[in-house]
Design a protein around this ligand. Structure first.
Ligand code: TRP
Ligand code: ZN
Length: 878
């Protein structure tokens, strides 16, 4: 194998040829599909004249014929290799006709044209179109597409982007449909579907009065699981009109659900293709989290129609231009549909559990990466979630009104173009009348900045001086970092729990509530004056920047903020900080062989929360959830996964012992009487009830177990069933084993429900979990070609069960490496994600380091590994 080469942002050059129109013709066959493409090309008028060849990309294609302006080309007229087709000496403007043959049934990579449950579908982002036909497969080439599908009548539904313009029967039991997309688009937004599907239809009337037909296509057995997705789509359409004045632009919007999909969903113009996990829901099959995931992803793909499709990315380094922005938009949508503080806490939890570790490891990269080997490896938490935090910071700095003007300006100015994050920043700076030069660094510097804040209260002068220092640890290839422009939102909380007036030295008036300080330098001081009393500072409210905050607050300050802070996010955060401290102290004690203790501060605080009948149950549930093992690991210089697990479980048992009566009362109080609804209030009550149950189940008490069993048997909804099953299956009891068996028999024909069943077993605390996981690999419920199944079983074990994955024997590591190697020839994208399980190997003790490194080296030594896995493994070892 030739060593894969990196691609650099600095090497960008505009395309030499543009495509005016693309006329595609698919003769669909399972074994062999013939693709005819007719391209109207012309030299890019923005380029100065020169000898530029036309370079088309193509992979795994069989070239059948090539015609230029009607003349068939011979082999000596072009150059062909594994990745490209090059034509030198072409005219200024010409028509190229390309015929290729592809094999959809053999395509297990799930990019390009492939089959899922026997139906044809496509995935072209980022570079899948080149597995369909030779094409300038880059996002800055935008063209108008027409697509004709010809297929056997076995595939009654024939879909592509845009509007249906013609359909009819053909001889030999075949039929056809022709679709025309009036909007110019890059090839990554192309899609087609051909299959035996049923459609659920509804409509949406835009505020300018246009009627849009909405269709969801699923396999017939899933027809009764589409209502929530449809309602979510209608809400998303209304929301984008209301908040940003953005209307949908075609007469039809189609969503197709498929079981085999590498990601969550894809925003193809007018024809979204979804992982069925983000479409299908019925109360008895989907959990509250599934319902919310569907609403969020349906929103996300819909919002891409403006932020991604109408205005797209110039190149893949700009991926966050569409993804960070669209994640921010879906977050805000969900916040408006559910509960803003709950949503914010969940976002930050996700960021800290996934993006912070990424930013601290060998794969760390800026929101706008400067280079990549395989672009598929850059659909990351950094690009998506940190990218969304960057957008949120614009919003915080500009305020809502100016932010909305900025977005409108960006969309108006660049409609129909492929642009960069610099273009977005320029529109924001202009609309906000604000200097964002330093803010640019959020795109180009990797790593999570640290903010250290010292607070000194002067009793006599009644002032509080904050000294804020920022720094950012080095990341691969970037030793030194320049200071960032950081919005620091804060409030000062008085003894009675109210926010004190905020007046900085030099100001004539005070403000109340939260205010945002703009940090620009490595060290800055702020002096608040005229304070009536010594306040407790509430810093980084609502998590106003993606940074690690270090303060000098003591345990009692944190307990106070946990009870009183007016910012609900920071109330939760204070609890997390307090628990983290107490947990980490005991992790150290555990390492020294000492007996574990629980500081009464924590049960005291938890008791107060549980007794607060005014508080939102969803927020109580979040506050009572201890920081994850992954988060705790992140805070340690040398990670000890066993100690973290033991101590966290000890805390859970101890809290349950201390609070048993209260937890039981909460569990009983929060029982629902009516039928299941996924509305936020009911979701919050279920979350609290099931959290209480999970604490109680740590007590290993037969009476409590039968309570849990009762919930498992009687619940009318999957949220309650899976919560009970999870608690039962956590220990190797007879009830647990029987419940798992019951559940399997009931749901054995339902792939999405079986994913939950697999995950529960893969994340079990049981010490024999690896053996169980190995056994499940051979179970009929498992299928190594289906990414959902791989994530549910192998991914869940390797990336969601640190205590078992990091077994000191190294058996978990060997298992993971074996799976990476087995999956790589099937689906490199999925294999590469899994290989990421090793990327923080240097953070562990020398023995574990050696074991993990050995596995990485074993993978690296295999001939013919994919570019995807190669990049992850090599960067991890570097
Ligand atoms: N653009 C998709 C999104 O909404 C991401 C995506 C879908 C994707 N399918 C993919 C990325 C396959 C890589 C490979 O975020
Ligand atoms: Zn997206």
């Amino acid at each position: 194998m030739t060593t894969p080469q990196a691609i650099y942002l600095r090497d960008y050059s505009p395309p030499a040829y543009l495509v005016e129109t693309v006329d595609l013709h698919f003769d669909l066959g399972d074994d062999l599909t013939l693709v005819r493409s007719r391209l109207a090309l012309r030299r890019n008028p923005d380029l100065c004249r020169g000898e530029n060849a036309l370079v088309l990309q193509g992979r795994c294609l069989e070239l059948r014929s090539l015609r230029l302006d009607g003349r068939t080309l011979a082999a000596e007229d072009y150059r062909l290799d594994d990745e490209t087709l090059t034509l030198a000496g072409v005219p200024e403007a010409f028509v190229l006709e390309v015929e290729t043959a592809i094999r959809p049934r053999e395509n297990t990579s799930l990019e390009g044209l492939y089959q899922s449950s026997g139906n044809f579908c496509t995935q072209c982002e980022p570079q899948g179109f080149r597995k369909i036909t030779y094409y300038p497969d880059r996002s800055d080439v935008m063209a108008r597409f027409t697509t004709t599908l010809v297929a056997d009548r076995r595939f009654p539904v024939l879909l592509a982007n845009g509007n249906l313009v013609e359909k009819g029967d053909l001889e030999g039991g075949r039929h056809f449909a022709r679709w025309e997309d009036p909007f110019k688009k890059p090839s990554y937004l192309f899609a087609l579907v051909a299959g035996d599907l049923v459609k659920i239809e509804d409509r949406f009337r835009t505020r300018s009065g246009r009627e849009v037909t909405l269709q969801i296509y699923v396999e017939a057995r899933n027809a009764d699981r589409c209502a929530h997705a449809m309602a979510s789509l209608q809400k998303a359409m209304a929301w984008d009109e209301e908040i940003y004045g953005l209307e949908y632009d075609l007469d039809i919007y189609m969503i197709v659900a498929v079981d085999d999909f590498n990601f969550g969903a894809m925003e193809n113009k007018g024809l979204n293709i979804f992982n069925s996990k983000y479409v299908l829901a019925r109360p008895d099959t989907a959990t509250d989290a599934d319902y919310q995931g569907i609403e969020g992803v349906i929103g996300h793909e819909y919002f891409h129609n403006w932020t991604g499709n109408r205005v797209t990315c110039r190149d893949w380094f700009q991926l966050s231009l569409k993804e960070g922005l669209t994640v921010f938009r879906d977050q805000e949508f969900s916040a408006d549909m559910t509960s803003r503080p709950v949503k914010r806490i969940e976002e930050v939890r996700l960021l800290r559990n996934t993006q912070f570790p990424e930013d601290a490891g060998p794969m760390a990269h800026p929101v706008r990466p400067a280079s990549y080997v395989e672009i598929n490896n850059f659909y990351t938490a950094t690009v998506y979630n940190k990218g969304a935090e960057v957008i949120r910071m614009y919003h915080t700095l500009l305020g809502d009104a100016a932010f909305c003007r900025g977005l409108a300006l960006y969309l108006r100015r660049h409609d129909g173009q492929a642009v960069t994050t610099d273009d977005f920043l320029a529109a924001m700076a202009e609309a906000g009348q604000i200097d964002l030069e330093q803010f640019r660094l959020w795109y180009s510097q990797a790593g999570t900045p640290e903010l250290a804040v010292k607070c000194v209260y002067d009793e006599e002068r009644r002032t509080l001086t904050l000294t804020v220092r920022q720094s950012c640890p080095p990341t691969p290839g970037e030793a030194e970092k320049a200071p960032f422009h950081i919005p620091l939102a804060l409030g000062l909380v008085g003894r009675n729990g109210c926010d004190l007036p905020l007046q900085l030295e030099g100001e004539t008036e005070a403000t109340t509530g939260t205010r945002v300080l703009s940090l620009h330098n490595e060290e800055e001081t702020f002096c608040f004056i005229n304070l009536p009393e010594a306040p407790v500072p509430s810093l980084l409210r609502n998590f106003s920047a993606p940074v690690r905050l270090k303060t000098d607050l003591d345990d009692n300050d944190l307990a106070f903020l946990m009870a009183c802070d007016n910012d609900p996010f920071n109330r939760w955060e204070a609890g997390q900080q307090l628990s983290t401290r107490l947990l980490l102290r005991q992790v150290e004690a555990f390492g020294r062989g000492e007996t574990l203790v629980l500081d009464p501060l924590l049960p005291g605080a938890f008791r107060a929360l549980l007794g607060d009948s005014d508080a939102d149950p969803a927020l109580i549930a979040l506050a009572l959830t201890l920081p994850s093992e992954t988060f705790l690991a992140e805070q340690m210089p040398v990670i000890d996964p066993s100690a973290i697990h033991e101590v966290r479980e000890f805390f859970r048992r101890q809290l349950a012992t201390d609070l048993r009566q209260l937890l039981l009362a909460v569990y009983t109080d929060q029982q629902e009487d009516g039928p299941y609804t996924p509305d936020p209030a009911a979701v919050g009550r279920r979350a609290l009830k099931n959290l209480a149950l999970s604490y109680l189940m740590t007590l290993d008490d037969p009476a409590l177990r039968s309570l849990c069993l009762r919930q498992f048997k009687r619940a009318d909804n999957m949220t309650d069933v899976i919560a009970a099953l999870g608690a039962l299956a956590g220990s190797a009891t007879e009830e647990g084993t029987a419940a798992l068996e019951d559940f399997y028999l009931r749901w054995q024909n339902d792939p999405l429900v079986l994913d939950k069943w697999l995950s529960l077993q893969a994340t079990s605390r049981r010490t024999d979990t690896l053996a169980e996981v190995r056994r499940l690999l051979g179970h009929p419920a498992y299928n190594g070609k289906n990414p959902n199944k791989v994530r549910a079983l192998v991914g869940a074990f390797c990336q969601g069960n640190p205590a078992r994955f990091h077994d000191p024997s190294g058996a978990g590591y060997a298992f993971c490496a074996d799976q990476v190697l087995a999956l790589d020839p099937v689906n490199p994208q999925v294999a590469a994600r899994l290989a990421g399980a090793f990327s923080n190997w240097r953070r562990f003790d020398p023995k574990r380091q050696a074991l993990m490194k050995e596995e990485l080296e074993r993978i690296a030594a295999v001939a013919g590994i994919s570019r995807d896995v190669y990049e992850i493994v090599m960067k991890s070892l570097a």
